[in-house]
Design a binder for this molecule. Structure first.
Ligand code: AHR
Length: 315
């Protein structure tokens, strides 16, 4: 009898193990290959939420289309995934789908960007303080130009994303405070090098030497601006060229900062995979994460960065 009980117990445990399967995570990404940052972010998520780690990650690439991304999330709910992770294209438009996720009892983890929705519609958020990133950049502009007049052009990220909203807001606030700063032009370059190069080329035609500073809201757009300025024969970066502000601090652009082509590159850390994995593994054990988790981030300056810093960059 005892022997039969042990056999039954072993069979039950074994059945449980085989039935458990991987943890299924639906990841609603903005656009997997949009920029150097986004590529590093996608890779980080894939590496952490891998089969080897016990996960099945379903990647939905919205191609930076906000409506498609909401539909992608609804698709995850319909598939009854275990967790939903969202890097939101746009801050708005989330209420209905998040209410559906809540009704289906699927935890939603926001990563990278924040959204405009009631906090009780999602489990937690982990990512960057985009306005604080912008303030690091504007503090540098204030030091560089002192009381001198400066004309600034702003290549914005995709409009309506929290990364754009926070970084643009920091610049708007600083322009309002510093009467010697003129915001000559502001337009979205949609995180893209070729689009930003075209926009910058037309600004150079329009404003020429009045442009003293480019505030580009990511590395890829800074690259487009730099190409346009160099092709127009204008001096870029360093002590006395058009000052270049960038965000993200991917390795290739830190190398450009070391060269002096970019004056300030404010870090935005894309390595969210291990953070999300940690959150899910805690939730599996019944441990609730903090609602809001900011990532520590630095800024790199052309006159203090070292080769060792560039070499130490993993993305
Ligand atoms: O949300 C992070 C921002 O989004 C990065 O700066 C940008 O490169 C990406 O698209």
């Amino acid at each position: 009898m005892k022997k039969l009980f042990v056999v039954l117990l072993v069979l039950t445990v074994a059945a449980g193990v085989f039935a458990a399967g991987p943890i299924v995570v639906g990841f609603a990404q903005c656009k997997a290959d949009e920029s150097d940052w986004r590529i590093a972010n996608t890779k980080s998520m894939q590496a952490s939420l891998s089969a080897a780690n016990g996960y099945k990650m379903i990647l939905a690439d919205s191609n930076n289309d906000a409506a498609k991304q909401v539909a992608d999330v609804q698709g995850f709910i319909d598939q009854e995934v275990d967790y939903i992770v969202i890097a939101a294209v746009n801050m708005d438009g989330w209420d209905t789908v998040l209410k559906n996720a809540k009704a289906a009892k699927i935890p939603v983890i926001l990563v990278d960007r924040t959204i405009n929705a009631s906090p009780d519609l999602y489990t937690c958020w982990v990512g960057s303080d985009f306005k604080a990133e912008g303030v690091k950049a504007t503090d540098w502009i204030a030091k560089r130009f002192g009381s001198n007049q400066v004309g600034i052009v702003n290549l914005q990220g995709q409009l309506g994303s929290s990364a754009q909203v926070g970084r643009s807001q920091a610049l708007q606030d600083a322009v309002a405070k510093n009467k010697n700063w003129t915001l000559l032009a502001q337009q979205t370059g949609d995180w893209s090098t070729p689009e930003s190069k075209d926009i910058m080329t037309s600004w150079i035609r329009q404003y020429g030497n009045k442009i003293g500073c480019v505030y580009a809201e990511n590395d890829n757009m800074a690259d487009g601006a730099i190409q346009a300025l160099q092709e127009a024969g204008m001096k870029v970066g360093g002590k006395d060229g058009v000052a270049i502000i960038s965000f993200d601090a991917n390795k290739a652009y830190l190398q450009m900062t070391l060269k002096g082509t970019i004056n300030v590159d404010v870090e935005c850390n894309p390595l969210h995979g291990p953070r999300v994995q940690g959150i899910i593994s805690n939730l599996q054990k019944g441990i609730q994460p903090s609602k809001t988790m900011y990532v520590d981030e630095a800024a790199f300056y052309y006159d203090t960065i070292t080769q060792a810093i560039v070499d130490g960059r993993s993305y």
